[in-house]
Write a protein that binds this ligand. Structure first.
Ligand code: FAE
Length: 563
């Protein structure tokens, strides 16, 4: 068995962001002193010897006020936004983060902040009255059910031909994802981000991102015998018997916590299937890593349940941008509209959120000088799901950890990397389940639909066929060797492929096309893209480590040159 981190430079061992320097200077001017500038770039980022424990300043709590002026406004609190906020704050800049989702810091009536995957409730979906679960059926029975409309954590956003799943709330996708923290193989990097220096990424920014995210590897000896990874060991057996490389992949889950879950000494999270609607324990979401560090600087304020609707150049004579923000209640109703002025605006609303905003702002003349690359180059990271029906002697186990640890790598030969995914139902399913990331060449475009007042995406369901073909290079062979068949009951009646969705939206404001090579939007100085919108449609593996590393690279340059 090989490992996926071998190309990523030194293996990170920390469990949180790199230690940060004390900031003894009085807060804030928003302008940079040379001293703070150094602390925020070279000092904090590369010289461990200079780092001392952070003095925990009081976090800035005030919600965004109408008429406020802020030096840096970050739209979204996912990976790109969190890196941006932390690094700007360390450089001495006051930051306001605007997040359309909830704070996710308050327990519900059951004492938990997050709902369980097997029991979706009002917390689970973003403004839906019926769940739209990625795996919609089981043994032919539909799984979806009615829920109260609420600003819940998982958005199943429908476009023609595809449903795009995204996290909503402070922490973005880190709240709902499987924590698989994969650095692409170096030899594949030039196809992922062709304009970026691989040497720098693998020498500096991937290691920095992995450290900041708290990425670690599962203890292989424990994994070999842990009841909760029997499903993954069955996955390995089948992969290897068909001659495919089976690779361990790192994760941001706290493995020591999972061991205690298994021992019954702490409240269970991964071992009761928590993932899609949040993890109450164990997972190092951004709330526990980058965002915790950002808040501790005392320079970062976050406004949850605030949605940015417009960014335009401020009136003549006023520097910066006018940003319109809607405040929401938990039914999704707008309770206030605020206008603020920001010297700089960082778009980090995710591939879909950023692309939708920029496409509309360009088309409606709010940001007229954005170039024609806006909205282009969107891809689904080649996502396609499937299940296989195993023989009775290949039980996958009643107890399955919801955090994946491994994949089948057939990228070179067949264009597919298949995550061996859990199916944590609490019963023996005799099913192996996979999320494949494939080399899919299709790219869609966002466009402004003036009549309907919305942004459309022109993806077509048929465009998933190359992904299905790539996944079949793995699973047809395994089925033949094992004498097994595909499950047809997981995505509808007699439907093998989960080809209607993606978990990994990428692109829409591509690096070095819609922006310069560091995320600066063309035509409007002081506007930046910092998230998955920069990446041209595919990362060959799960994307959040690459999004984080790219944001680390870009913000370092922006701080050095622009501020
Ligand atoms: P993201 O994390 O989506 O953050 C954007 C934030 O902006 C969100 O919090 C939005 O609510 C907010 N926002 C959007 N529009 C606005 C607006 N107008 N105003 C204010 N706020 C706004 O962006 N990736 C992996 O690498 N490994 C995994 O195991 C994995 N599993 C996944 C499982 C699921 C179910 C899902 C949905 C995704 C998974 N992903 C995984 C994908 C990963 O979470 C995703 O690529 C990143 O979260 C994208 O990061 P961004 O910073 O681009």
């Amino acid at each position: 068995m090989s490992e996926f981190t071998s190309q990523a430079g030194p293996k990170p061992r920390q469990t949180g962001p790199e230690p940060l320097p004390t900031d003894p200077e009085p807060r804030p001017t928003g302008r940079l002193s040379r001293r703070l500038f150094l602390a925020g770039t070279g000092g904090a980022l590369t010289t461990a010897a200079l780092a001392t424990p952070l003095a925990h300043a009081e976090p800035r709590r005030a919600a965004l006020a109408n008429g406020e002026r802020v030096p840096a406004l970050v739209i979204g609190t996912g990976y790109g936004g969190s890196v941006t906020a932390l690094r700007l704050a360390l450089a001495g800049v006051d930051v306001h983060m605007v997040e359309m989702g909830m704070a996710w810091d308050t327990p519900g009536p059951d004492g938990n902040i997050f709902a369980n995957t097997t029991k979706p409730d009002y917390r689970s979906f973003w403004l839906r009255t019926r769940t739209k679960q990625p795996l919609s059926n089981f043994l032919g029975f539909p799984l979806d059910k009615d829920v109260p409309r609420h600003t819940g954590i998982l958005d199943a956003e429908d476009f023609s031909g595809i449903t795009v799943y995204q996290g909503r709330g402070v922490g973005g996708g880190s709240l709902v994802n499987g924590g698989m923290a994969v650095t692409p193989r170096r030899e594949r990097f030039s196809a992922v981000l062709p304009s970026v220096d691989a040497e720098e990424m693998y020498g500096t920014y991937y290691p920095r991102a992995n450290a900041g995210l708290g990425v670690t590897e599962v203890d292989p000896r424990w994994w070999e015998s842990a009841e909760c990874y029997q499903y993954a060991r069955v996955g390995r057996k089948h992969a290897e018997r068909s001659g495919f490389p089976f690779v361990f992949v790192p994760n941001v889950y706290d493995w020591e916590y999972m061991k205690q879950e298994l021992a019954g000494s702490v409240p269970k999270s991964a071992l009761v299937g928590e993932v899609l609607y949040g993890n109450n324990h164990g997972k190092k979401s951004l709330q526990k890593t980058y965002l915790a560090q950002a808040k501790a600087t005392g320079r970062v304020a976050i406004s949850p349940l605030h949605r940015v609707t417009s960014v335009t150049p401020a009136p003549a004579g006023t520097p910066g941008y006018t940003v319109l923000v809607e405040q929401l209640d938990t039914t999704g109703a707008v309770t206030a509209t605020k206008s603020v002025t920001a010297d700089r605006v960082f778009f980090a609303a995710g591939s879909v959120g950023t692309s939708k905003l920029l496409t509309r702002l360009k088309a409606t003349g709010a940001l007229p000088r954005l170039n024609d690359e806006i909205g282009k180059g969107w891809g689904d990271n080649g996502n396609v799901m499937c299940g296989r029906a195993n023989h009775m002697w290949d039980a996958t186990g009643k107890l399955q950890a919801s955090m994946p640890t491994a994949g089948i790598d057939n990228w070179e030969a067949g264009g597919a990397f298949a995550e061996v995914a859990p199916l944590p139902t609490g019963i023996e399913t005799y099913a192996s389940f996979y999320l494949s990331i494939t080399k899919n060449p299709h790219r869609a475009q966002f466009s402004w639909n003036a009549a309907a007042g919305r942004v459309d995406l022109d993806w077509q369901t048929a465009w998933k066929q190359p992904s299905i073909d790539a996944a079949k290079t793995i699973f047809d062979k395994i089925n033949k060797k094992e004498g097994t068949i595909y499950r047809t009951d997981l995505f509808g009646l007699y439907k093998i492929w989960g080809d209607h969705l993606t978990y990994h939206p990428l692109g829409g404001a591509i690096l070095n096309k819609a922006t310069d090579n560091y995320g600066r939007l063309h035509g409007h100085p002081g506007l930046y893209v910092m998230d998955g919108a920069l990446i041209p449609g595919n990362t060959s593996v799960n994307p959040f480590v690459t999004i984080t590393a790219l944001a680390e690279r870009n913000i370092e340059r922006i701080i050095a040159d622009d501020l």
